[in-house]
Design a protein around this ligand. Structure first.
Ligand SMILES: Nc1ncnc2c1ncn2[C@@H]1O[C@H](COP(=O)(O)OP(=O)(O)OP(=O)(O)O)[C@@H](O)[C@H]1O
Length: 251
């Protein structure tokens, strides 16, 4: 199902993926996925476990190449580019399981991202760290070693590190995973602030009511395919989505 939305035409897309397949040996994980979005869009991705959501995010971010298909950023074919090069084009991802540099402080972790992401000078990197610490509510733990942080702060650190690369578009993989509703709501406040700055968001999340506070467009994947794409409430009510994702019971 493709539901009408205000999504941009393919020619205007900041990020696009065309005919994406991903196979791990005989296992087909992405099966002819087409996806396009504008730079400031907020897109949520849902779907059952194993649907291929994280794999799609990884292929978009450049963690590994697709088996087939083309990915463009700002009209440029980036299919063969590394994640680091895509980051310099403004596309950055966060990970489902945060793995910071454990022996470094929060500040140092973000500094590495700021200095590496766009090859900036020391002053600008420092400013980006302060901005990221502030926006993500981490000033109070700036000098704590990352391996002493609780889960919410490690999730905040994922956001802060990504933000410090000065992204145009952030790909978030279950940033709310493992958090309570209250904790996840705190992250929503931060993510909405990112949106106010004009940063686009692609967000995979199982906590749907939290996701819907941000997503203006929702995609549902199942078995490596996009089975619904459009206005979030319409997607959640779609018969195929109800069957594949919601166990036959509408949300
Ligand atoms: N590196 C890999 N090698 C082999 N199989 C993989 C690899 N990465 C993912 N898979 C398989 O691909 C399928 C899709 O995995 P993926 O993590 O993309 O799903 P998902 O929709 O993100 O699931 P979840 O909601 O549980 O995170 C799964 O069957 C998974 O076991």
């Amino acid at each position: 199902m493709r539901i009408e939305t205000n999504q941009q035409q393919p020619g205007e897309a900041f990020l696009s993926a065309t005919g994406i397949h991903k196979r791990f040996g005989a296992l087909v994980v992405l099966d002819n996925v087409d996806f396009a979005m504008g730079q400031t869009d907020a897109v949520g991705i849902v779907g059952p476990n194993g649907a291929g959501k994280t794999t799609l995010l990884s292929v978009l971010a450049g963690a590994f190449p697709p088996s087939d298909g083309i990915i463009t950023v700002n009209g440029q074919n980036v299919t063969a580019l590394s994640a680091a090069d895509r980051c310099r084009s403004g596309l950055v991802r966060t990970h489902q399981v945060p793995i910071p540099f454990s022996g470094m402080t929060t500040f140092e972790n973000i500094y590495v991202a700021a200095a590496h992401g766009d090859a900036v000078g020391r002053d600008e990197a420092y400013e980006r760290v302060i901005d990221s610490l502030t926006l993500c509510g981490m000033l109070g733990v700036a000098n704590r070693r990352a391996d002493t942080l609780g889960l919410l702060d490690r999730k905040r650190l994922e956001l802060a590190r990504a933000l410090a690369t000065k992204p145009k578009l952030m790909l978030l993989d279950e940033i709310g995973g493992g958090l309570t509703d209250g904790e996840a709501s705190e992250l929503v406040t931060t993510i909405l602030e990112l949106r106010r700055r004009g940063i686009g968001i692609v967000w995979i999340e199982h906590i749907v009511h939290i996701l819907l506070q941000v997503a203006e467009r929702l995609i549902c994947m199942d078995a490596g395919r996009i089975i619904a794409d459009g206005e979030p409430r319409a997607v959640m009510a779609d018969a195929d989505v109800v069957k594949a994702y919601l166990g036959g019971t509408p949300a």
